[in-house]
Design a protein around this ligand. Structure first.
Ligand SMILES: *Cc1c(COP(=O)(O)O)cnc(C)c1O
Length: 419
C-alpha cells in the first residue's frame, strides 16, 4: 500500500481525506503520508520510510511513541475491559497525580478531548459567575467550540468568519492581541461586570510558539481578581511540557481553572478541566452546571495517562530544555547562514523558527511570516526523513527519547536544504 492510493480513497470518504484539517498538508502544498507505525522518536509511513518526528501527535508524545511502561499499563488495562460507564480506580489515581503536580486543580473532571475541556470550563465559568462574556486572545486556539472560533489560531485561522458559528454566540467573545494587556483592560473597563472569564494559552502554541511577555499573565490575574472574573489557563499544550506543573508553575501565576489535554492522555483521547473546589462543585451532580460523557474517565485512557505522568516524573526536564535550546539555536543558525531572515521562539521542549525579520510576539507578527519559505523548507526536510509540522504557525516538539544522533541528523538535513 502507498500513501497516494490511500489518500485517493480517503478523499472519497472524508473532507480533504482527513479527520483533522492540518493533516492534509495544504499549507505546505503537499499531500499527507499515511503512517503505519511509530516507536520512540520515529514514524514509519506505509511505504516503509522512516521519519524523525518533531510533531509527536501535535504534542502528546513527550515520552516518545510507544513508551514501554505506558504500553504495559495499556495492555494490562485492556485485558480488564475497555469501558465500564461506572467509576474506576484509574480515574482517582490519575486525578490524585494531577492535583499533586498542579495544586491549583483541587478538583477536576475528566473528558475526552481538549475541546471538551475548554468548552466545559467556559460553561462552568459562565454558570459560576452568572455572566456571559469571555475574553480570548487572537491566535490562541482552544479547540473548536463556537465561542472560541473567533480569531482562533492553528488550522482555524484558515476559516475567516468561521461559517456555522452564529453571530449571537461570538458576540459574547471579546478579542485582544496576545501580550496586549491594555486591550484587556479596555474590555474590563467597558464591560467588567459582564465578563465571566479570560481564557489564555499561558505560553501560546497555536500561532507558532509565542511566549508571554513579563507582566502579561500577572496583569491578567490582577484584572480577573479585581473584576470577579475567572482566569482560565488553557494548558492543553503547556501542561506537563513546559514543566511538570505546567506554565502556571513555571511563571508562578495561579489560575482559577485549568484545562488539560494532549500529554495527559499519553496518546489516548483525554482532556481534563479543574480548579478551585468551590468553583468545581458548581458542576452536576453537586451543582447545576451540566456536563457528561459516555467515555469520560475511560479505564484504558486513564491507565495510559497515569503511566505517562509517573514516567515523566523520572525524566530530566532541565536537560531536555538545554538540549532543545542548543538544537533549535543550531537549526536557526543554519537557516541564517543560508541568508534567510529567521527568528526563534523557544521554551522547554517546544520551539518555532519563524521566517520573519522581526520578533514574533502575537498573531499579527506570526501571520506576516513567509509561508512559502516554510513550505520549501518543510518539503526538503520531509524528503530527508524529518517530520516537521505541515504549517509554519505550529510548534516543533522534542521528546525525551530524541538522541543526539537524531538531532545531528536533523541539522545535517537542514544543511542540505536550498532556497
Ligand atoms: C490542541 C489544543 C486544544 C484542543 O484539544 P483537542 O484534543 O484537539 O480537542 C485546546 N487548546 C489548546 C491550547 C490546544 O493546543
Amino acid at each position: 500500500m502507498d500513501s497516494k492510493t490511500l489518500y485517493a480513497r480517503a478523499q472519497q470518504l472524508m473532507p480533504g481525506g482527513v479527520n483533522s484539517p492540518l493533516r492534509a498538508c495544504r499549507y505546505v502544498n503537499s499531500e499527507p503520508v499515511f503512517i503505519d507505525r511509530a516507536a520512540g522518536a520515529y514514524l514509519w509511513d506505509v511505504e516503509g520510510r522512516q521519519y524523525i518526528d518533531y510533531v509527536l501527535s501535535w504534542g502528546p508524545m513527550l515520552l516518545g511513541h510507544c513508551d514501554p511502561e505506558v504500553a504495559e499499563a495499556v495492555y494490562v488495562a485492556v485485558n480488564k475491559g475497555t469501558s465500564y460507564g461506572a467509576p474506576c480506580e484509574g480515574e482517582v489515581s490519575l486525578a490524585e497525580e494531577i492535583t499533586k503536580l498542579i495544586p491549583s486543580m483541587e478538583m477536576m473532571r475528566m473528558v475526552s478531548s481538549g475541546t471538551e475541556a475548554t468548552m466545559s470550563a467556559l460553561r462552568l465559568a459562565r454558570g459560576y459567575t452568572g455572566r456571559d462574556k469571555v475574553v480570548k486572545f487572537i491566535g490562541n486556539y482552544h479547540g473548536h467550540n463556537d465561542a472560541f472560533l473567533a480569531a482562533a489560531g492553528s488550522a482555524a485561522q484558515a476559516v475567516p468568519g468561521t461559517p456555522g458559528v452564529p453571530d449571537d454566540i461570538v458576540k459574547h467573545t471579546l478579542l485582544a492581541h496576545y501580550n496586549d494587556l491594555e486591550a484587556v483592560k479596555a474590555h474590563f473597563k467597558e464591560s467588567g461586570d459582564e465578563i465571566a472569564c479570560v481564557i489564555v494559552e499561558p505560553a501560546a502554541g497555536n500561532m507558532g510558539l509565542v511566549l508571554p511577555e513579563d507582566g502579561f499573565l500577572q496583569g491578567l490575574r490582577d484584572l480577573c481578581t479585581k473584576h470577579g472574573a475567572l482566569l482560565i489557563f488553557d494548558e492543553v499544550i503547556t501542561g506537563f511540557r513546559v514543566s511538570l506543573g505546567g506554565a502556571q508553575q513555571r511563571y508562578g501565576i495561579t489560575p482559577d481553572l485549568t484545562t488539560l489535554g494532549k500529554i495527559i492522555g499519553g496518546g489516548f483521547p483525554v482532556g481534563c478541566y479543574g480548579g478551585k473546589k468551590e468553583i468545581m462543585e458548581h458542576m452536576a451532580p453537586c451543582g447545576g452546571v451540566f456536563q457528561a460523557g459516555t467515555l469520560s474517565g475511560n479505564p484504558v485512557a486513564m491507565a495510559a495517562g497515569l503511566a505517562t505522568l509517573k514516567v515523566l516524573q523520572k525524566r530530566d526536564y532541565d536537560a531536555l530544555e538545554a538540549r532543545t535550546r542548543e538544537f533549535a539555536t543550531a537549526l536557526t543558525g543554519i537557516l541564517k547562514d543560508k541568508g534567510q531572515a529567521v527568528t526563534l521562539n523557544h521554551i522547554a521542549s517546544a520551539f518555532t523558527i519563524y521566517f520573519s525579520e522581526v520578533p514574533v510576539t502575537n498573531m499579527a507578527e506570526s501571520s506576516a511570516c513567509n509561508g512559502d519559505l516554510y513550505a520549501t523548507f518543510w518539503k526538503q526536510m520531509q524528503a530527508q526523513g524529518i517530520n516537521l509540522a505541515p504549517a509554519g504557525f505550529e510548534c516543533a516538539f522534542t521528546s525525551f527519547v530524541h538522541t543526539d544522533e537524531d538531532l545531528e541528523k536533523t541539522l545535517e538535513a537542514a544543511r542540505n536544504v536550498t532556497f
